[in-house]
Ligand binder design. Structure first.
Ligand code: ATP
Ligand code: MG
Length: 456
């Protein structure tokens, strides 16, 4: 710890310096404000001992000055007898302590020790605050950037998620086909909530053997069953005050569901083999790619538990119902994999978008992401095109009539692109399989702004 003593009495400063050096402080002295400022400019001073009655300049002014320039430096002021007003003024201006002259060495030692203790705590606090704000900032940024989509549908999903996030103990059920981003949305809810500093625990019950599930959820005491070698806290305890994410609730064994329901109702859990009860209050976000009411009908899921879990329900529609998000997602994943593979971000032929839009994406966003990864692994030149994104039987896979795109112009455009691809972009052949004249094809190419790339 470095200390600066500013006092016009030479004897006083020298004596105090000697004493502080014996006590292992690095001490500097100054007898005029100018000398003091010079030292402050050159050295990092942790603590200043400042006489408030200096000739020429008010000590309070100096105090205000140095606290502004060096906010991390603490100041102990030294005042004369009967100077209480000055002391009060000094404390109001940020002095940490005061000493009244004459004082014993012991007094200054106690004041310094107190200051040291305070500084230590303060530094620790600042460090922790920085660290946690860094973590959450980083996560927040990652999460926000990660959920891509400008379609009305996706904006609605995000709005619902953000609204729900503000109520930290409200349960949310997220439904949607595989790969639609359910886990992403669950994380967005947690990391936008006032409880974001607490744990987000993701549980996939199909990944844990059924016999162990109960102890995973509720924890156990040492020796409560074979294999319980030590005390263990369960998901509920770990996620207390935070979020427990139950992925694919259809895989949750029926008898565990009853135990979960009880824990949620009582807001209390006890470890297996333990008698002590622990209060828990948390948010449960659950997800499924099944139609929940079918699950209830098939007796795979308890209706009473469902009613606890679906206070807010968020449905994420499949990618084929929000194709306007495809270009954004494509750009996002190209950038992501360029970073991961240490490549430059590829450019692509505009027809690629139509090519992708003609597909129904049974695997949703995950499938698109995988396609991009694959295309970039096998990428030859600088440019990607439809040929780098082979589609699996796109038209046949359109499952129900509800999903069939009935827009005639969009379908015409799509058929033209498919025909062109099939004929390696030979317009004569393409017009033949389309059953129209070559002129008619050319007119439509113009109309739909389909550009033919030569170098295939
Ligand atoms: N809107 C989106 N923006 C960016 N990435 C997305 C988006 N939606 C999904 N993804 C990505 O797609 C992949 C699948 O998402 P996620 O794991 O959240 O899907 P899921 O709905 O939980 O699927 P499953 O039911 O199969 O578990 C992840 O890599 C995720 O980051
Ligand atoms: Mg998932």
């Amino acid at each position: 710890m470095t200390v600066l003593i500013l006092d016009d009495e030479v004897n006083f400063t020298e004596e105090l310096q000697e004493y502080l050096e014996i006590k292992d402080f690095e001490a500097f002295t100054a007898n005029t404000p100018a000398e003091g400022f010079k030292i402050l400019q050159k050295k990092t001073i942790d603590l200043m001992i400042l006489d408030v009655r200096l000739p020429g300049m008010s000590g309070i002014e100096i105090l205000k000055d140095v606290k502004q320039t060096y906010p991390d430096m603490e100041v102990i002021i030294v005042s004369g007898h009967g100077d209480m007003d000055t002391v009060i003024q000094a404390m109001r201006n940020g002095a940490i302590d005061y000493l009244r002259k004459p004082f014993r060495h012991l007094d200054i030692q106690i004041a310094i020790e107190r200051t040291q203790k305070y500084l230590k705590l303060f530094h620790k606090y600042k460090e922790m605050k920085n660290r946690s704000s860094l973590i959450s900032l980083d996560l927040e940024q990652r999460i926000q950037r990660n959920f891509i989509g400008e379609s009305k549908i996706i904006k609605e999903v995000l709005n619902l998620a953000i609204t729900a996030s503000q109520y930290p103990y409200t349960n949310v059920l997220i439904t949607g086909e595989s790969g639609t981003g359910k886990e992403n949305v669950a994380r967005i809810i947690h990391y936008s909530s006032p409880n974001k500093e607490n744990a987000f625990v993701a549980v996939n019950s199909s990944a844990v053997p059924e016999t162990l599930l109960e102890s995973e959820f509720f924890g156990h005491k040492k020796g409560s069953f074979t294999g319980a070698i030590g005390d263990k806290s369960g998901f509920f305890e770990v996620a207390n005050q935070g979020t427990l994410f139950l992925d694919e609730i259809a895989d949750m064994p029926f008898n565990l569901q009853a135990k979960l329901l009880r824990a949620l109702e009582e807001k209390r859990v006890s470890r297996i083999g333990g008698s002590e009860e622990i209060n828990v209050e948390l948010r449960i976000i659950s997800a499924t790619n099944h139609v929940v009411h079918d699950l209830v009908e098939q007796k795979k899921f308890r209706l009473d538990l469902l009613h606890r879990l679906n206070t807010v329900e968020i449905h994420i529609p499949p990618l084929r119902q929000r194709k306007e998000d495809i270009p954004l997602l494509l750009d996002f994943f190209l950038k992501e994999f360029a970073g991961k593979m240490n490549k430059t971000i590829p450019i692509y032929n505009p027809t690629l978008i139509d090519h992708l839009a003609s597909y129904n994406f049974p695997g949703n966003v995950r499938e698109l992401r995988n396609m991009v990864e694959r295309a970039m692994i096998f990428q030859k030149g600088k440019e990607l095109s439809a040929a780098d994104f082979p589609l699996k039987d796109s038209i046949k896979k359109q499952v129900s009539h509800n999903d069939v795109n009935l827009n005639i112009e969009e379908n015409e455009k799509r058929l033209i692109i498919i025909a062109l691809e099939r004929c390696d972009y030979n317009q004569n052949n393409a017009s033949q399989i389309l059953g129209i004249s070559r002129d008619a094809l050319v007119r439509r190419l113009k109309k739909y702004d389909i550009r033919i790339q030569k170098a295939m």
